[in-house]
Design a protein around this ligand. Structure first.
Ligand code: VGL
Ligand code: ZN
Length: 193
């Protein structure tokens, strides 16, 4: 589907952090492969002077999602750690709206809409109606962010060339579910530049 990017559009880059890329504490296989396409989207949105938000998982040591606390995951994205940094090749402009989430030990916060500073307020302040979502990982934080965006009434475009799952089957299921609810899939080649 061809799409031109115009006023009212925003880019949301979800959790492109070292811990979710190969070598990291909770790596999505090929997680680093989202970086080059996302840099293309970022460049395009930035040139068009459209808002860009980026989220980071930002956990305390006793986060409820960690195995030691009865959760499913190894410790990852510890606040202030190297693994919690954006992937070193991700090129975010200076005026990016940075969201941190999962900051409290007792809140999972898979969705960037659950972090702070508040994403929905940022989008509303910028008169955003359509959001373009990519990043890591497909079936957790990308899915939950896209779902929340739909629930908040935004039109949602899924950047099909710019997310990676922890588990491929779960990733496909998550995307299928979002498409069923009206999200639209596109790739960078679909953009009318
Ligand atoms: C994520 C698992 C645990 C994600 C975050 O960013 O998708 N996945 N925490
Ligand atoms: Zn996490």
């Amino acid at each position: 589907m061809r799409a031109s990017i115009t006023g009212g559009d925003a880019l949301i880059v979800v959790d492109v952090q070292s811990d979710f890329t190969p070598g990291g504490a909770l790596a999505a296989p090929d997680g680093d492969k989202v970086v080059p396409p996302l840099n293309e989207y970022i460049t395009h949105f930035h040139r068009a002077e459209l808002p860009i938000a980026a989220s980071r998982d930002w956990h305390p040591e006793d986060h409820m999602s960690f195995e030691g606390e009865g959760g499913p995951w190894p410790p990852h994205c510890l606040q202030g750690s190297q693994g919690a940094e954006y992937h070193p090749d991700l090129e975010l402009p200076a005026d990016t709206h940075h969201v941190k989430k999962g900051r409290d030990a007792d809140e999972e916060d898979y969705s960037a809409f659950e972090g702070g500073p508040d994403l929905d307020a940022f989008l509303q302040d910028n008169d955003v109606e359509r959001v373009f979502v990519g990043g890591l990982t497909t079936e957790y934080c990308v899915k939950n962010t896209a779902q929340d965006a739909l629930d908040h009434g935004y039109d949602v475009f899924l950047l099909m060339d710019a997310f990676k799952p922890v588990d491929p089957d779960d990733g496909e299921q998550a995307i299928a579910h979002l498409l069923e609810q009206g999200a639209i899939g596109l790739t960078f080649d679909d953009l009318v530049l």
